[in-house]
Design a protein around this ligand. Structure first.
Ligand code: LAN
Length: 723
């Protein structure tokens, strides 16, 4: 195969090797979620060693064999599964995987490429075109993410991307997309995040968007609506957007741009009064409508745009660009996510120039976001999910009680934990509204460096587990590093007792009234989440048990745990479930809640647990599995998937085992997981399982291995101990 993934301390870069044959890998249009075949087939070819499982091997491994069939097949299935999965681990210890899914990210990269002429390679462009066509739907449009129905957000941006990549207007597939856009009334019905890109590209005048009021950043920080209080993702996206808006950056108006102006609208471009359409949005896209309050504020800021003071605007621009540069430096030019990555890059191009050192540094970290799968090349939702997949993989393998068989793999994974912990706060953290970082773990790599509450919690848990369970563990993650991690966790607990994702909640939830993004919910501040809270509580509990730290901040930890548990209980829904904000959906949230509660000593007879168990049991399908549609996340109520999903089943079964629930339901679930396994130890990729902001899905490719292994492992361990 001509493409290889090269990894270095978590950084993932796809390289095209000119001398090797390129083979196209088949993309199954039935299942729009990526199965990550390119990486996996490469890795399996290089690393896979067949595992000869016969009954006598179990004796050697000192696993008791019972006459009982299910247990025996569970053991077989687990060994086969780990044998396959460990071949996917790379030398720096992490498990790479496709972390894409959103369909509005690649356009940002392509538009930035077109304007700044940084030039993706021909091979990359070829794969991007393949990706975009692979995800075009039968009505000619594209969704907001790979499994969604067509939206204007997806269609307008991806249409433009293909045109910029050189696809002709006469191409039938482009014509179909063109018709879709025309049917929906033209590109002025795309949401504000798409309109922003249209303005930058020069296919919509800047009057087409509401004012971003760049001076907002100069107001005093104590104001409850000051941007420094927003959720870090929202803050870091609106930061470069405000700069670009202040400077009204527009790329060169080439003949192609002029053509696009004629393709995107129904009326002639010159005759359209774009100010009228600032708030227009297709019903296909509308998820979080603009409030009356926001519309009123827009009225004022739009009016201010006619009379603004040039000096003040310059001051705002200067402040914004220095803030953008600080974010670039803090993250080694990766930036917090793929949206601000390209917006920052464009800002730096404008302020420092194409030949500047800063632009060069940006260019070096573009590839961190690219991923290649059988569906083509895409921009991922983050620079990878390295740490997150690794901590879960470790826990899944350890759960089987077979750590002694996998010491190499676990030692390598420990190495990744070691090199990815953040050991310093960022420079001028207070000036740039950054919480402390020291001791925290990020979701991806240390170079990225934004620490996250639950990633830190899982980092602590797995470090302690490995210290306990790997023979001769080098213990490079020293006590003081763990104490800093605990300090990070204690410093991020919210007033409501829960934990948010990156930082403390810095303003009230009323601020959601000002959310300008019609396609996302709950983006304005960092709220407490059941998943993050449960992970943090579990980490504190595990740390408290350690003989090395018997009294370290004992009182504070005790109180933090109590408050966390209260938050979890308070957020249980009437039907006994918990809403999961970061994966699909109630099975995920409920799994986290149950694990946290049980770890904290909640009785399995308590009402809270009993109701949760009842909820899960009521959702089990006839085939023994559980299956939740991603629409559960969107509509915040349980929606069945057509088919049982292995990942949902694993979460449900793990929860039921923790809650010591009905063993028949558990056995049926385990049987379902085993039945679904492929002969090489893998599971087929089913529907997409991650989500953010209620409305956008994201792939977690390794979940299809991690969670079945974890569930099977717990099943074996439970039965092993009991008999
Ligand atoms: C993530 C990925 C990780 C995820 C967990 C750690 C799993 C979660 O428990 C807390 C929230 C967090 C950190 C999270 C938040 C939202 C992110 C960053 C993402 C889903 C990855 C991509 C997404 C980001 C917002 C995508 C860029 C799009 C914008 C709307 C800015």
């Amino acid at each position: 195969m001509a493409w290889r993934l090269i990894c270095d301390r978590g950084q993932q870069v796809w390289k095209y090797l000119k001398n090797e044959n390129s083979t196209e890998i088949y993309f199954d249009k039935q299942n729009l979620n990526s199965a990550d075949k390119v990486y996996r087939e490469n890795a399996i070819q290089l690393n896979y060693k067949p595992l000869n499982i016969d009954e006598s091997q179990y004796d050697k491994l000192k696993i008791p064999i019972f006459n009982e069939q299910l247990l025996s097949s569970a053991v077989k299935s687990t060994l086969n599964a780990i044998n396959y999965y460990r071949s996917l681990q790379v030398e720096d210890g992490h498990w790479p995987g496709d972390y894409a899914g959103p369909m509005f990210l690649l356009p940002g990269a392509i538009i930035t490429d077109y304007i700044t002429k940084f030039d993706f390679t021909e091979e990359e462009k070829y794969q991007m075109i393949k990706y975009l066509f692979n995800h075009q739907l039968s009505d000619g449009g594209w969704g907001t993410h790979i499994e969604s129905r067509s939206t204007m957000f997806g269609t307008v941006l991806n249409y433009i991307s293909l045109r910029l990549l050189g696809i002709s207007f006469n191409d039938q597939r482009i014509k179909n997309a063109y018709k879709f856009i025309q049917r929906e009334g033209g590109a002025m019905y795309a949401p504000s995040w798409a309109k922003f890109w249209l303005c930058v590209l020069g296919v919509m005048p800047w009057e087409g968007v509401n004012s971003l009021f760049p001076e907002l950043w100069l107001l005093p920080q104590w104001l409850p609506f000051h941007p420094s209080r927003y959720w870090c993702h929202c803050r870091m996206v609106y930061l470069p957007m405000s700069y670009i808006y202040a400077e009204k950056i527009v790329g060169e108006i080439s003949p192609l741009i002029k053509q696009l102006r004629n393709e995107l609208y129904i009326d002639k471009y010159e005759y359209i009064d774009f100010t009228k359409y600032r708030n227009s949005i297709s019903p296909l896209d509308l998820y979080s409508p603009q409030t009356i309050l926001l519309k009123m504020l827009n009225f004022f800021t739009n009016s201010y745009e006619h009379i603004y003071n040039r000096q003040l605007r310059n001051k705002a621009s200067e402040f914004l660009i220095s803030y953008i540069e600080a974010e670039d430096e803090h993250t080694n030019y990766i930036d917090i996510g793929p949206v601000n990555k390209f917006l920052n890059m464009l800002s730096v191009w404008h302020s420092k120039g194409r030949q500047s050192k800063q632009f060069e540094l940006h260019l070096n970290r573009v590839n961190d976001y690219l991923w290649l799968s059988e569906d083509g090349m895409k921009i991922q939702g983050y620079n990878g999910s390295q740490l997150w997949d690794t901590v879960f993989s470790i826990q899944a393998i350890l759960e089987t009680g077979l750590a002694h068989l996998y010491t190499n793999s676990l030692n390598l994974a420990y190495y990744y934990l070691d090199i990815s912990q953040v050991l310093e706060d960022v420079k001028d953290n207070i000036k740039y509204n950054r919480h402390i970082s020291k001791g925290g773990w990020p979701f991806s790599t240390r170079d990225h460096g934004w620490p996250i509450t639950d990633c830190t919690a899982e980092g602590i848990k797995t470090t302690l587990l490995l210290h306990e369970q790997i023979f001769n563990c080098p213990r490079r993650i020293t006590s003081d590093r763990l104490e800093y991690a605990i300090h990070f966790i204690l410093s991020t607990q919210n007033k409501d007792g829960g934990w948010a994702s990156y930082e403390l909640q810095r303003s009230g939830s009323w601020i959601e009234w000002l959310n300008p993004a019609e396609v996302f919910k709950n983006i304005m501040v960092d709220y407490s989440y059941v998943e993050c809270t449960s992970a943090c509580v579990q980490a504190l509990l595990k740390f408290r048990l350690e003989i090395h730290f018997p009294n370290h901040r004992r009182k504070e930890i005790d109180i933090a745990i109590d408050r966390g548990i209260k938050f979890i209980k308070k957020s249980q829904r009437k039907d006994g479930s918990w809403y999961g904000s970061w994966a699909v959906c109630f099975t995920y949230g409920t799994w986290f809640a149950i694990e946290g509660l049980i770890a904290a000593g909640e009785s399995t007879e308590s009402n809270t647990i009993k109701k949760a168990v009842e909820f899960l049991l009521s959702k089990q399908n006839f085939d023994g599995g559980w299956g939740e549609s991603y629409l559960s996340c969107v509509y915040k109520s349980y929606i069945d998937h057509k088919q049982s999903q292995v990942i949902n089943t694993a979460w449900a079964v793990l929860s039921l085992m923790s809650a010591k629930a009905d063993s028949i339901a558990i056995r049926k679930g385990i049987q379902f997981i085993i039945n679904k396994q492929c002969s090489n130890g893998d599971w087929n990729q089913q529907s997409i399982s991650g989500v953010f902001n209620g409305n956008c899905m994201i792939s977690y490719t390794n979940y299809r291995n991690i969670f079945p292994i974890w569930a099977l492992g717990r099943f074996i361990k439970n039965n092993y101990i009991q008999q």
